[in-house]
Design a protein around this ligand. Sequence first.
Ligand code: BES
Ligand code: ZN
Ligand code: ZN
Length: 501
Amino acid sequence: MKCSVRKGDLTQEACDVLILNAFEGWKTFGGATADVDKALNGLLSKVAQEERFTGKPESSLLFYTHNLIPAKRVLLVGLGKKEDFCEEAVREASAIALQKARDIRAKTIVSILHGAGNGKLPARQAAKAVVEGCLLGGYEFLKHKSKEQSQKNPLTIELVTRNSKIFRQAQEGVTLGEVFAKATNIARDLVNEPSEHLSPAHLVESAKKMVQETKGKISIRVYDRAQLKKMGAEALLAVARGSDQEPFLVHMIYKPAKAKKKVALVGKAITFDSGGLSLKPPEFMETMKIDMAGAAAVIATMSTLPILKPSVEVHGIFGTCENMPSGKAIRPGDVVQAMNKKTIEIFNTDAEGRVTLADSLSYATKQKPDMIIDLATLTGACMVALGEEIAGFMSNDKKMTELIEKAAEQSGELLWELPLEKRYRKLIESSIADLNNVGKSRRKGGAITAGLFLQEFVDDIPWVHIDIAGPSFAERPLNAYTKYGASGFGTRTLLEFLRNL
Ligand code: BES
Ligand code: ZN
Ligand code: ZN
């Protein structure tokens, strides 16, 4: 799929489909949609009325132009209520348009710049949102389908505006939208890949390949079992013990010349979570290939840095292994020591993410960054609290809380703060070690006790923990551009965060 922006007149564009729009409850069309209606002698509005096109989100109307204008068809899409209008509405409308255009096997698509006129969005944001909607909405994971092939003919999407003043901005928006969406789709590919094809070693290979493609702009260090032992990463090694797969710790570095800040991004990277000896019931295990979605977002984010060129030093870190039961597996009641010397009593081997993160976060802390963000598919409890679309986040720092909230808002990803309540700290005490890996309250407040556990490994460095267990994987469509499967959640928030610094 190729996206671009051009100056032009939509009434004069030859293409398979011309995408236009209307708000919910429309009486007359506005902007370029009105111009095209005029060129069609008012037929478009007539048909739209007859067909009761509402303009609601996800509504659409396909109209054959019969050579009245050079475009073969017009596809009208609904933007929803004008008062609710925002970038998210543009993403969703663009995704719907792309999917409808693909259904009719269109090859050339010309689109109005949704929202840049009547919607009053800055052209840069409008263009970015259109491109994100198209590229995310057009995503498919067909690698393991033997027959069903994606439509092979490459689609081209041209955004056309007659306003030459906003052209530059729109062009910037297209480039940004492409970077954001492609990165998100990289994360989706990694998360959708079954564990058999994405072992810890495969995940390391993916990171190395990404780094290679940056031609020296990003460097990488990979620590294997022997090196992890020397470093004292006993917590990661303990979780890895039950599996036949080798564990690794990966450290990617992006270091621009005049960096203002140093940020560490840490991802949970369990390539399959069976629960270990505290084995999960079958239906809870079905989608546990997704338990490396945090690391996927980190790898995807790193891949964009040579293009986005933020003036921050970024360290991408993940400790990866598989959580399996076997004669060698860690047992409930065992005690392990993390890299920062704190000891952990393992009561439940299914709370393995926080145990591996104990070492990844200790390692990140040793790099002395100005801030740390970790992303982890950490707790079912977070999903119970916030549902499938909203990630929970916790932070030890007010300023970082504000920064992450702003970034999430810009990205369209939903984040909600949970308290790192000090009074719950007693719940993760152990009678024989420094910490217990599960809260004494069991599932009650489980996302928070997990956050409090992680806090023990970041010292006083400003830190945000994002629990992405809910939104990482869509078991049903979450919105027009996130259908069944991996969502790539977190990638776009991280990118906005880094760009804002
Ligand atoms: N990977 C899971 C959390 C998870 C659940 C992610 C559902 C995505 C969807 C995590 O390792 C886990 O099993 N957590 C346990 C912790 C409990 C044993 C304290 C949970 O949430 O049940
Ligand atoms: Zn688990
Ligand atoms: Zn897990």
